[in-house]
Design a protein around this ligand. Structure first.
Ligand SMILES: N[C@@H](CCC(=O)N[C@@H](CS)C(=O)NCC(=O)O)C(=O)O
Length: 204
């Protein structure tokens, strides 16, 4: 029936993005890590011409959303969604059922949710008590897992996809050895390194 069919096929995925945006980068990392095929549309956020905000707003309204003109926006066939952590969760749900996809579902969902929430509520500043708390927490979690662990278990998950763009942009505490080791390992992973560019926006 329809259900069996839809769980075996994933409609075309398009990510409306900008290389410099940490939120869009979350979704790009998640998609890369699953191995699901997707295409990217680079949005000309602050100018006119090319695929600019007016076109992005049209994608949003065609998908039944009140247009905001923010990236990331993700289309899965006719379904249009936004908010980076929601998009990453949706990619994880797809990854759990699509044949051949690498699953991004976390082994420790509660911890994943907590880390993502801490990251989503960071103040827009390069340094803050909240950021320090997140970095300490991530370092402690990774230290307890040993050399090969990830943020929410022994495998790469939604938590890694959501936190890495931010971990990449901040100064890590000198004594956060586990976190530093983790970031070095992440840079060696194509799913992350493909999304890392020379010049990026650090604010959020
Ligand atoms: N809460 C949103 C934040 C997305 C966001 O802030 N995107 C920025 C780029 S990094 C944007 O599209 N800004 C458009 C603008 O400032 O007009 C999410 O998680 O997706």
């Amino acid at each position: 029936g329809m259900l069996a069919f839809s769980s075996l096929t994933v409609p075309p995925i398009t990510l409306y993005t900008h290389t410099a945006c940490p939120f869009a980068q979350r979704v790009a990392i998640a998609l890369e890590a699953t191995g699901l095929p997707f295409s990217k549309v680079e949005v000309n956020l602050y100018g006119r011409g090319g695929f600019d905000k007016s076109q992005l707003r049209r994608v949003e309204s065609d998908g039944g959303l009140r247009p905001k003109g923010y990236i990331p926006v993700m289309a899965i066939g006719d379904e249009v969604i936004r908010e980076s952590s929601t998009c990453v969760e949706r990619v994880a749900a797809l990854s759990a059922t699509a044949p051949g996809a690498v699953s991004l579902e976390p082994e420790e969902p509660q911890l994943a949710r907590e880390l993502i929430r801490l990251c989503d509520t960071l103040p827009k500043a390069p340094q803050s008590a909240a950021l320090d708390q997140l970095l300490r927490k991530a370092d402690a979690v990774l230290a307890a897992r040993g050399e090969a662990g990830y943020l929410a278990g022994s495998a790469f998950s939604v938590a890694d996809a959501c936190l890495l763009p931010f971990l990449q942009r901040v100064d890590l505490p000198t004594d956060a050895a586990a976190l530093r080791g983790y970031l070095a390992r992440a840079h060696a992973m194509p799913a992350f390194s493909r999304t890392v560019v020379d010049s990026w926006w650090w604010w959020w």
